[in-house]
Ligand binder design. Sequence first.
Ligand SMILES: [Fe+2]
Length: 111
Amino acid sequence: MKIVREDNGNVLLVLKECVPVSQIKSNDVDASFEKHVPQMKKIDNSVEVFVNHVMEEDHYIEWILVDYGSRQIIEHFSPGDVPKIVVEYQDGMKAYSYCNKHSLWISGEVF
Ligand SMILES: [Fe+2]
């Protein structure tokens, strides 16, 4: 799976790549790591995925994507929302967040 940004600003999830594209590097922008990386907290068989980020009109988390490898879940957010979702736990799962100003971020381990 790749997440790419086109020259016109569109952000795309690439499930199968047929031509070379420019992949967005996660955690690659000079911004606060703690405020962008999704935190994954395990609660029984669920995981709370949360981003500790402002949700202002001009600066907010646009979406959180949970990648299970064979399937993905994405939740979109608007300014004023709480950037948090609760999903099922699976070994090896990853979470991505996308800030409208600071691009793509990837989670660490589930804790
Ligand atoms: Fe940001």
